[in-house]
Design a binder for this molecule. Structure first.
Ligand code: 87F
Length: 586
C-alpha cells in the first residue's frame, strides 16, 4: 500500500488538452484582509480590554477592501492557501442551506429528482462536447498523477456535468414513456479561473445545483426554462431581498451549447457592476444529437430529445453581502439569517447604549446577583417564546464582554434584530428591539414579542427588498444614443438601450477606440502631448479607462418597454430589434 501522501492525486491545470498540461497559471494577486486579530486581551489595572471589532475599510471608499474584510470578519469566509479557494464557514453555509432547502423543495414540486454523478470525467468523454468545451478549455483542471506515478490517461475534474450525465441519459432513455427525465444535483465544481478571484463571486471551486432535464417536446422544455428562471428570481428577491432582472442572453453571451440562455441579472450599485445571478438554458437538441439521446415516439418514430440545463451557485451569497452590507458589517435578510434575533441582557444599565471597547466597572450601577439571574432567566424565557413562534433566536450570555461590544459583534454579523433587555425593562416588562437594516428601535411588551417579532422580521425583509429595488431601478438609465450610453456607464449605471441585436455590434462596443469610449475632453489633450516616456505612460493610464469600461449586454429583459418602429440602434443606427440592458459586469 502506498504512503498516504503518495495516494494523493496531483492536480495540474492544462491549457487546452491535458497532454499539454501546463503549470497552473496564477490569477491576479488576491487581496486578503489582514490576519485575524486576537479576540480578547486582559488589560492591567482592573480594566478588561476588549479587542476592537469592525471594519477599517468603508463600502463607498474602498469597496474591494471592504468586501474582503466583511466576509472574513463576519466569519462567513476564511481565505485558503490555494488562491481562489475559500472556506465557507458555518455562518455562510447556513445561508446556502436556506437557499438549498427552499429551491430543492420547489423543484421537487415540479417533478425534479436529485441524483449524484461523479466528480471525474475522462478525456474522451469531455471531448464529446469539444465544440462547446473549447472556449472553456483553459479552465479545466486535470488530475495527472496518483502518488508519484503518472496516470495513463489524465482525468478532468467536472467544471459542469453535461458530459458526465448525458452518456447515461442516452442509455436510460428509450421510449417516450421514459420522459420527462428531470434530474438535479447539488455539488461542487472546479473552474480554474484566471480573472481576479473574489469570495463567493468568482472562485475556482464553488457549490451549485445543476439541473439537467430531458423532454419529448420543445414546448415542455421552454415551459421549464421559464419556471426555473422564475424560481431563481424568487431566490434572489424573496429570500435574499436582492432585485434582479430576468432576461435573455445575447447570442454572444449565451452558453455556446444552448439554443438560448436566460438569466437573472443583479447589480451592485457601489461598484457599478452587473452580476449574472443564475442561468437557465434551453439546450434544444444540440446535446441529444451529440450524445445520442433518442426516444421512440407514440407513433413509433425515433426522435432526438429536447433538453434544458440550469444552475444557481454560492455566488448568491456574495451578491447578497454586496447589496445589503454597510460599514458596520453584513446585513442579512431575515429569511436566510441563521440567527434572526439575538437577545442581549444588559445587567449594567449605564452600559446600555455604550459602545466602548473597555469595560470600566461602575460598582453601584451593577445589578445584584439575583437580579442578574432574573434577567438571564427572562432572556431565556423570551428566547423560548420566540423559538416556539418559529424564530431563530440566540441569547448572548457571555459575561466577559460589554453590551456595546456585543452590539458591534452582532452588527458585524448582520443579525436582523437585536433584543435588548435592561434593568428598567425588567421593571416594566418590555424589551427594546433594534433593527440591523435601518437602525430603527421600538419597545415591545414581553407578552407581545412572539406575535410582533415574526411580523417585524417580515417587514424588514420587505423593506430591505423595496430599498434595494428602488436603488436597482434608479441605476438603469434608458438611453438612445452612444453619448448617453457612455454617460450612464460613467455614472456607474446600467444602460437600457435600443439595440439591433447583432454579434457584430456587441463586438463593436468592445472595439470602439478610446477616443470614442472616453469623453473627448479627456482624450483630445492626449493627442497633442509631447513625445516623452511620461506622456506615453499618461496615455496608457488614461486609455485604461477604455479597458476598464468593458461594458457588455447583461441581458435582453423579458419585460420590454415600447419600441417604436424605426428606432435606431444606439451603436449602429440600424433599426433596433429590442431594448438591451448593458453594463460593466463581474
Ligand atoms: C468551464 C469549463 C468547461 C461553463 C465551463 O450554466 C466547461 C464549461 O460548459 C461550461 N463553464 N460552462 C457552461 C455551463 C452550462 C450549464 N451547465 C449546467 C450551466 C448551468 C448548469
Amino acid at each position: 500500500m502506498a504512503a498516504p501522501e503518495e495516494q494523493m492525486a496531483a492536480l495540474s491545470v492544462a491549457d487546452g488538452a491535458p497532454a499539454a498540461a501546463a503549470e497552473g497559471g496564477k490569477p491576479k494577486k488576491e487581496k486578503k484582509p489582514k490576519a485575524d486579530k486576537p479576540k480578547q486581551q486582559q488589560g492591567g489595572e482592573g480594566k478588561k480590554k476588549e479587542t476592537k471589532l469592525g471594519l477599517t475599510a468603508s463600502k463607498e471608499g474602498d469597496f474591494g477592501d471592504w468586501y474582503s474584510q466583511v466576509v472574513v470578519e463576519s466569519e462567513m469566509i476564511s481565505y485558503y492557501d490555494v488562491s481562489g479557494c475559500y472556506i465557507l464557514r458555518p455562518y455562510s453555509f447556513a445561508i446556502w442551506d436556506e437557499i438549498k432547502n427552499w429551491f430543492d423543495a420547489r423543484i421537487k414540486e415540479l417533478g425534479v429528482q436529485n441524483a449524484y454523478f461523479p466528480l471525474f470525467i475522462t478525456e474522451d468523454v469531455l471531448m464529446t462536447e469539444k465544440e462547446h468545451v473549447e472556449g472553456f478549455a483553459p479552465e479545466v483542471a486535470w488530475v495527472t498523477k496518483s502518488g508519484s506515478s503518472e496516470l495513463d490517461r489524465p482525468i478532468a475534474i467536472r467544471p459542469t456535468s453535461e458530459t458526465v450525465m448525458y452518456p447515461y441519459y442516452a442509455q436510460w432513455i428509450r421510449s417516450h414513456r421514459d420522459l420527462p427525465l428531470r434530474l438535479n444535483q447539488w455539488t461542487n465544481v472546479v473552474r480554474w479561473e484566471f480573472k481576479h478571484p473574489t469570495p463567493f463571486i468568482r472562485s475556482r471551486e464553488f457549490l451549485w445545483q445543476e439541473g439537467h432535464t430531458v423532454f419529448a417536446t420543445k414546448e415542455e422544455a421552454d415551459t421549464e426554462v421559464y419556471q426555473i428562471l422564475d424560481l431563481y428570481r424568487r431566490v434572489y428577491e424573496e429570500l435574499l431581498a436582492v432585485p434582479v432582472c430576468k432576461g435573455m442572453k445575447s447570442s454572444k453571451e449565451k452558453f455556446a451549447g444552448a439554443l438560448y440562455t436566460t438569466s437573472v441579472e443583479a447589480f451592485i450599485p457601489t461598484s457599478g457592476r452587473g452580476v449574472q445571478g443564475a442561468t437557465s438554458h434551453c439546450l434544444g437538441q444540440n446535446f441529444s444529437k451529440m450524445f445520442g439521446i433518442e426516444f421512440e415516439t407514440e407513433e413509433k418514430t425515433r426522435q432526438h430529445a429536447w433538453q434544458n440545463s440550469w444552475g444557481l451557485t454560492t455566488r448568491t451569497i456574495g451578491v447578497m453581502v454586496m447589496t445589503h452590507g454597510d460599514d458596520k458589517g453584513v446585513v442579512i435578510p431575515p429569511r436566510v439569517a441563521q440567527i434572526q434575533v439575538v437577545v442581549i441582557p444588559i445587567p449594567n444599565s449605564k452600559l446600555r447604549r455604550q459602545c466602548s471597547v473597555v469595560v470600566i466597572p461602575i460598582p453601584n450601577s451593577k445589578l445584584g446577583e439575583e437580579a442578574v439571574k432574573a434577567m438571564l432567566d427572562r432572556a431565556d424565557a423570551i428566547a423560548a417564546d420566540l423559538k416556539a413562534a418559529g424564530v431563530r433566536v440566540t441569547v448572548d450570555r457571555r459575561d466577559n464582554y460589554t453590551p456595546g461590544w456585543k452590539y458591534n459583534f452582532w452588527e458585524l454579523r448582520g443579525v436582523p434584530l437585536r433584543l435588548e433587555l435592561g434593568p428598567r425593562d425588567m421593571d416594566s416588562g418590555v424589551a427594546m428591539l433594534a433593527r440591523r437594516d435601518n437602525g430603527g428601535k421600538q419597545s415591545c411588551a414581553w407578552g407581545e414579542l412572539a406575535a410582533a417579532v415574526p411580523k417585524l422580521l417580515e417587514q424588514q425583509q420587505a423593506e430591505m427588498y423595496a430599498k434595494a429595488r428602488a436603488e436597482f431601478d434608479s441605476c438603469i438609465e434608458r438611453v438612445t444614443t452612444w453619448d448617453d450610453f457612455m454617460a450612464a456607464l460613467e455614472r456607474k449605471h446600467m444602460a437600457l438601450a435600443p439595440w439591433c441585436d447583432t454579434e457584430e455590434s456587441e463586438e463593436e462596443v468592445k472595439r470602439r477606440p478610446p477616443c470614442l469610449a472616453i469623453p473627448l475632453a479627456t482624450y483630445l489633450p492626449l493627442l497633442f502631448m509631447c513625445d516623452t516616456e511620461e506622456s506615453e505612460e499618461e496615455v496608457k493610464r488614461r486609455s485604461a479607462t477604455k479597458d476598464a469600461m468593458g461594458a457588455k449586454t447583461l441581458c435582453i429583459p423579458l419585460e420590454q418597454p415600447d419600441l417604436p418602429e424605426g428606432t435606431p440602434c444606439f451603436v449602429t443606427g440600424a433599426p433596433a430589434k429590442c431594448w438591451a440592458l448593458w453594463g460593466r459586469s463581474y
